[in-house]
Design a binder for this molecule. Structure first.
Ligand SMILES: NC(=O)c1ccc[n+]([C@@H]2O[C@H](COP(=O)([O-])OP(=O)(O)OC[C@H]3O[C@@H](n4cnc5c(N)ncnc54)[C@H](OP(=O)(O)O)[C@@H]3O)[C@@H](O)[C@H]2O)c1
Length: 270
């Protein structure tokens, strides 16, 4: 798979559609959001991730408005656990001045149950063309199974914190079996682990940066990283991951760094 990866590669979805192999995260991307997103789109990013508490929606909307074609950008947004999912979808789309999203997610499971009602709201949004696909975020395997039992449908995506330092082979196997794509959030460990000795050694061997190695590990695993960057140098660096390849030995060595690390405090799915 990795041999044929390019900056325009996509990951097939169970719905028959496809999503770009890498996207731009926008949590805390609140300064110059429109210009930063525009710059990212200009250099080739084709997917943007947002949520109601990121504060990036207006800037994303402005950046998309500057483009002639909305269709070439894949937009991911999320409803909150206390939202009416259908109405919230409409509200978040209004904030971005969009008529549809490509993917709407349940941001996290609600305190009670697994979000069946939220799911039904997203189903209605999908039926009305407000979103193409629907999925979840921060769900455990058990919660995904329960949601499936309750609704008869598997989510298209589970968006979770994911890096060599914190991931789960069980989750990877489960998602592969069910055809669920893992979107990797905080794929750069929010910069916390970029100085790791093994990581920097591998980066040096390839003449790359640690951030690029973390992203490439995701790409070769078939998981979809959503790195956030405000700085243009970072945006460029994070998109420059399609012209080198990690051998199996380095993929394994990176995966062996797993210690259930979470930059946010705890892996929500572990
Ligand atoms: N579903 C959820 O519950 C959930 C939770 C968390 C995050 N997310 C999504 O995932 C996205 C990414 O996660 P994240 O924002 O937590 O963290 P991240 O992408 O792992 O890290 C972002 C940090 O890394 C820095 N950075 C970016 N590129 C770099 C590079 N090449 N070298 C060194 N440092 C670099 C950024 O700096 P600058 O900004 O200064 O460039 C920023 O401080 C979010 O923005 C959001 O869209 C979803």
């Amino acid at each position: 798979m990795s041999a044929v990866l390019s900056s325009t590669s996509t990951v097939p979805l169970r719905s028959g559609r496809a999503m770009p192999v890498i996207g731009l995260g926008t949590w805390q991307l609140v300064e110059d959001t429109a210009d930063t997103v525009s710059y990212a789109l200009d250099i080739g990013y084709a997917m943007i991730d947002t949520a109601c508490d990121y504060g990036s929606q207006a800037g994303i909307g402005e950046a998309l408005e500057r483009r002639k074609r909305r269709e070439d950008v894949y937009v991911v947004a999320k409803v909150e656990e206390d939202d009416d999912a259908y109405l919230a979808t409409r509200k978040y789309l209004d904030e971005m001045k969009l008529d549809h999203a490509d993917l709407m997610l349940i941001h996290r499971p609600p305190p009670d149950g697994v979000g069946e009602q939220l799911w039904q709201g997203l189903v209605r949004a999908r039926e009305e063309g407000l979103t193409r696909d629907i999925g979840v975020s921060n769900y455990t395997i058990e919660q995904i199974r329960e949601l499936h039992d309750a609704t008869g449908e598997w989510p298209i995506v589970n968006q979770i914190e994911w890096s060599p330092f914190g991931h789960s082979l069980q989750m990877l196997d489960f998602c592969r079996e069910q055809g669920i794509v893992i979107q990797a959030y905080s794929p750069l460990t929010r910069s916390e682990r970029l100085r790791d000795e093994l990581l920097t050694a591998i980066a040096q061997r390839h003449g790359r940066t640690p951030a690029q190695i973390l992203l490439r590990w995701n790409l070769q695993l078939g998981t979809v990283p959503l790195p956030k960057a405000n700085r243009r140098k970072h945006l460029e660096e994070n998109f420059g991951v399609f012209d080198f390849e990690l051998p199996d030995s380095e993929m394994k060595a990176l995966s062996a760094l797993n210690e259930q690390y979470s930059a946010l405090g705890m892996l929500a799915y572990a």
